[in-house]
Design a protein. Sequence first.
Length: 419
Amino acid sequence: MKTRSPLQSVSLRLLAMLVTCLAVLALAPAAVLAAPNTSPPSSTVKLVFIHHSTGEAWLRDGYGGLAASLGTNHYFVSDTNYGWGPGGIGSSTDIGDWWTWFRGPSAGTYTSALYANTSINSPYARALANPGGDNTVIMFKSCFPNSAVGGSASDVIPPIGSNPLAGNGMSSLTVGNAKGVYLDLLEYFKTQPDKLFVLVVSPPLKSDATNATQAANARTLANWLVDPNGLLNGYTAGNVFVFDYYTVLTGGHHRIVGGTVEHTAGPSNYSAYPSGDSHPSAAGDQIATSEFVPMLNAAYNAWKDGDTTVTPRPLLPRKAYLSRPTSGKTRVSRKNTYRWHGTLSPKQIGASSVRLEIQQLVRGRWRTYATVNARIGSGASYWSKQLRITRIGTFRIRARHADSDHMPSASAYTKFTVK
């Protein structure tokens, strides 16, 4: 089903998610992103991809071409593969194994090695110089056997302590158990705000490699991972992005078209690009590359919070990204937490923080609702503040230098309504 932002008439900007954004995304879920910034990062970003054979083909020069495309978009690409890492953890990439990587008793050992990894374990060339430091973008993907999903769409999600899938590869792979594992990963991801985690949905199986119920369950799981009311519902760290590789390879799309994110299901729940078995064909992987890289750029730009307009940015689940709401009224929801941010004036440069004054219109008069301090962003060029307004009504907000109550505001009031 095709989904687009409900505020198409407003100039929308994607920010993270996730970070999601996100998201958060993450780049946030596809149904709510709009007018995302798909420009490559301005400097080289280190990315590592955890995968097996499907990921190897996707990265491969002359096949999926993902590594080359990422390189031209300023990502220094490294990867893992079979046998990589402490204890050969690279051989374990089924859905249950992600719990082992990120949440299990040896997770610290695995993630430390992963973040420091600069090795190439697939057939691709890497032209960029290593910028130093740890990997910033962490991609991970299970292979197509993980699209033989048992259970049903109505599965109850078990507590992680009693989830038989956690740490056990594909054993007891059901819709509910898979959801439980992915949800528990968020507990780790939110402790790593300096990382952008990219969850790539498992690719589909051929029609003769799974039954209709399992294939339908795979679709259910893929939709839940991307749906704003699914995996990332209520996740406020904004540093998770989900890319629907599954849907792209069933003949659908997860892409940016005309400044809007389009998430369109394929004609079936099976692979539309098989290569003799369930491994995607070169054509399928090339389509996935063309759709994924702009989405990743948008996710990265959102997560880095690069926008400099005075903007309310909802944290996940995101509803809209509202650009320069300085004239007229802009609607936001009291049910969501938003991140406000804006540029600093010359008089505010060097401040330790910026004071935000939020006022509510009450019986024709502006009354102070809250006064809070906002942090100064990286590069000391913008401020941001996470804020939830629990009342309904008309509000306005402005920024003042937090080190001096007498310093005039550099930002015009921004008016908005809370519904």
